[in-house]
Design a protein around this ligand. Structure first.
Ligand code: CP
Length: 309
């Protein structure tokens, strides 16, 4: 680790804010925290006396739980805000909600919201550090970082790899954060899916638009399947789920095009039998649960980096 380096970011809003050096520092910090989760007593006093708020306006299993686990392992006080049981149901706006939470003097606010840009907006209205835990179809930087950590742990590097991301790219904040993260670190990202679910200008993020599933997967080091986000599909952008599974699903056949040592990733939640077959999701090549384990370490690193300033 570069001892001269100081992490320059107050908020974690998107992968585009990070240089290669920033990402390397976050991943090294996550590596140093990863061991804590293997201990019998999984707690260090790094954030003792600090308060972390989980402000979630959309459902979550992995992100919310792992931010809470991460905060608790660093000895922070945590509390969870759930939109469905809050005054948001009475019409209170995001900014009013955040100002009221901010008046309780938290040190870090973790925000998940359906609107792209919500975290950036919040960061201008509160004194706490803001961490984007997913804003609409925009970005999910902690997922991008945990995906980078997972690939680095399995492949030993992040440069010169071929990453194939298959599925609904248009609605995927994970795809955006991963494309930015992997290309910043020197890998190539190929995307493929139904033409209606690949954004027009995906190349501007640095991705390569594959013309077929074969081209996307050919000699890939990493194969990532994305969930069909039915909650964000307001038009008929897909044929049927059955046809999707046949044409775009990751099963044994298409996986034969990838490298023999390719790893299989998925950010979750999985639609088994749609974007990925259950056998592949549970196979030895699948690192899907490693992604979850690494998520705790990455979130510990992020809370440490923005919560101790
Ligand atoms: N990967 C991810 O963001 O999962 P959750 O929606 O369960 O947090």
């Amino acid at each position: 680790m570069n001892t001269e380096y100081t992490f320059p970011h107050r908020h974690i809003l998107g992968m585009d804010q990070f240089s290669r050096e920033d990402i390397t520092h976050i991943l090294e910090t996550a590596e140093s925290f990863r061991e804590i989760s293997e201990r019998s007593i999984k707690k260090v006093p790094v954030l003792r006396g600090r308060t972390v708020v989980n402000l979630f306006f959309e459902p979550s299993t992995r992100t919310r739980t792992s931010f809470e686990v991460a905060a608790k392992r660093l000895s922070a006080d945590t509390f969870n805000f759930s939109a469905s049981t809050s005054s948001a149901t009475k019409g209170e706006t995001l900014i009013d909600t955040a100002r009221n939470i901010s008046a309780m003097r938290p040190d870090v606010i973790i925000l998940r919201h359906a609107a792209a840009g919500a975290s950036e907006l919040l960061s201008r209205h509160v004194s706490a550090a803001v961490v984007n835990a997913g804003d609409g179809a925009h970005q999910h930087p902690s997922q991008g970082l945990l995906d980078l950590l997972t690939v680095r742990r399995h492949k030993g590097r992040l440069d010169g790899l071929k990453i194939a991301i298959i599925g609904d790219i248009t609605h995927s904040r994970v795809a955006r954060s991963d494309i930015l993260g992997f290309t910043t670190m020197g890998s190539q990202v190929f995307v493929y899916g139904p033409a209606t679910l690949i954004p027009m200008h995906i190349e501007s993020l640095g991705a390569i638009r594959a013309r077929s599933l074969h081209e996307a997967l050919d000699q890939a080091d990493v194969v990532m399947a994305l969930r069909i986000q039915q909650e964000r599909l307001h038009e008929a952008l897909l044929p049927s789920l059955r046809e999707y599974a046949q044409r775009f699903g990751i099963g044994d056949g298409p996986l034969g095009w990838a490298r023999e040592d390719a790893i299989i990733m998925h950010p979750g939640p999985i639609n088994r039998g749609v974007e990925i077959s259950p056998e592949i999701a549970d196979s030895e090549r699948s690192v899907i649960l490693d992604q979850v384990t690494n998520g705790v370490a990455v979130r510990m690193a992020l809370l440490y980096l923005v919560g101790t300033v």
